[in-house]
Design a protein around this ligand. Structure first.
Ligand SMILES: NC(=O)c1ccc[n+]([C@@H]2O[C@H](COP(=O)([O-])OP(=O)(O)OC[C@H]3O[C@@H](n4cnc5c(N)ncnc54)[C@H](O)[C@@H]3O)[C@@H](O)[C@H]2O)c1
Ligand SMILES: C[C@@H](O)[C@H](N)C(=O)O
Length: 346
């Protein structure tokens, strides 16, 4: 006999009674599908595997995984545009939670609108249907890019006008609204966070407007200088990856009754390239930043929030970030530290 239930800790328990799978009367079971081999997907899969067990988290993508990912736990090929194979994956693995990270980001999306529309919108429709049919708890990330120039930009609240001017942003507003609609219409347990630009050391950015804030650390450590694609004074919300992944797990584990909304802003810090460079120079003496502005990325950044109001996330499920700008810079440079200018300066 098998049934699904909610527990106070918030995650989905499958209770197996007299089952061939175990001798104990109750077995904590969770099967998670994490879609995305990109900047965030691998880190999330690692976090989830630590929490729920290596074999209970399947990572999927259409790209070939590197050795460390392939060796790290179950990996399968799965194209978000193939809804039949998506169903097979969910059914065959009795998936209970699904993290949908497959997407084209803002800058690459503008370079290939038909593909971005297919992956970000048609792909989302496939995921929503499969998740609703099979009673899967679904996480879909949104972004600061879901807002546009007519939104209040400093700070941007959860609920306000959203008229983004990128296909990426349009697809994310669509995802937020469709997820909420499926929640009210079909009872789908849809949960969504609007992430700031995410900064990580061990994974490459996927072609976004905020990529500069990752590349700067590589270039500072290696060459002591960096050419920035955004203007010096462009202020954007940013977050260190550990905070981002923890926020994701926390909102997925939050008891349903604590969530007053389906989509929340989450915030950590906001800075400009100039302010980031001033912090980097404290660790890399002589570091220099120059500017060669990319007009597509600059126009996108100029339409995005400068800071995020995430008071609802803090109030409803206790969100709290750990990394501000100084901790971010110290941590990022420590990853690049050995045999580089950072190490030589210390
Ligand atoms: N990285 C950020 O700063 C950031 C900020 C806000 C929101 N997000 C969101 O988080 C999610 C993950 O972002 P990321 O930075 O890891 O992106 P990424 O570009 O690094 O990774 C996206 C992955 O999607 C995969 N993909 C593309 N087409 C696919 C298809 N047809 N089927 C299956 N997989 C496909 C790609 O191979 C890639 O591995 C995205 O939804 C993104 O919008 C990211
Ligand atoms: C902000 C986020 O959505 C992504 N890093 C991008 O710039 O497109």
């Amino acid at each position: 006999m098998r049934r699904f239930e909610e527990v106070p800790g918030g995650f989905c328990l499958e209770t197996l009674c007299a089952s061939s799978f175990c001798t104990c009367p109750m077995l904590l079971f969770i099967s998670i599908l994490c879609r995305g081999l990109g900047q965030l997907g691998v880190g999330l899969a690692n976090l989830l595997r630590k929490r729920f067990g290596k074999d209970n988290v399947i990572l999927s993508d259409i790209r070939k995984p590197p050795d460390h990912v392939f060796d790290g736990g179950p990996f399968i090929y799965s194209d978000i545009l193939d809804d039949k194979s998506l169903r097979e994956v969910v059914v065959n693995n009795r998936v209970t939670w699904l993290f949908h990270y497959s997407a084209l980001l803002s800058a690459v999306g503008e370079a290939n609108v038909p593909l971005a529309r297919a992956v970000n919108i048609t792909g989302l429709h496939n995921i929503l249907d499969v998740a609703a049919e099979h009673n899967v708890r679904l996480f879909v990330p949104s972004t600061i890019g879901a807002f546009g120039p007519t939104s209040p930009r400093n700070p941007t609240p959860d609920l306000c006008i959203q008229r983004p001017r990128t296909i990426y942003g349009v697809s994310k507003v669509h995802a937020e609204l469709m997820g909420e609609y499926y929640y009210y219409r079909y009872g789908l347990d849809f949960r969504c966070l609007r992430y700031p630009g995410i900064i990580s050391a061990d994974s490459q950015p996927g072609g976004g407007t905020t990529d500069y804030a990752i590349q700067i650390f590589h270039d500072a450590a290696r060459n002591g200088r960096f050419e920035c694609t955004l203007r010096a004074g462009t202020r954007l919300p940013m977050m260190y990856i550990d905070d981002c992944l923890r926020a994701t797990l926390e909102v997925m584990e939050a008891p349903a009754e604590s969530l007053s909304m389906r989509t929340y802003n989450v915030n950590a810090m906001s800075f400009t390239p100039e302010e980031l460079a001033q912090e980097v120079v404290k660790h890399v003496p002589g570091f220099q930043i120059t500017y060669n502005v990319d007009s597509v990325r600059q126009a996108i950044a100029d339409s995005w929030p400068m800071s995020f109001d995430d008071s609802n996330a803090r109030k409803d499920w206790g969100w709290k970030h750990n990394f501000d700008l100084p901790e971010l810079v110290t941590t990022m440079l420590s990853f690049h530290g050995s045999n580089t200018r950072v190490a030589r300066a210390n």
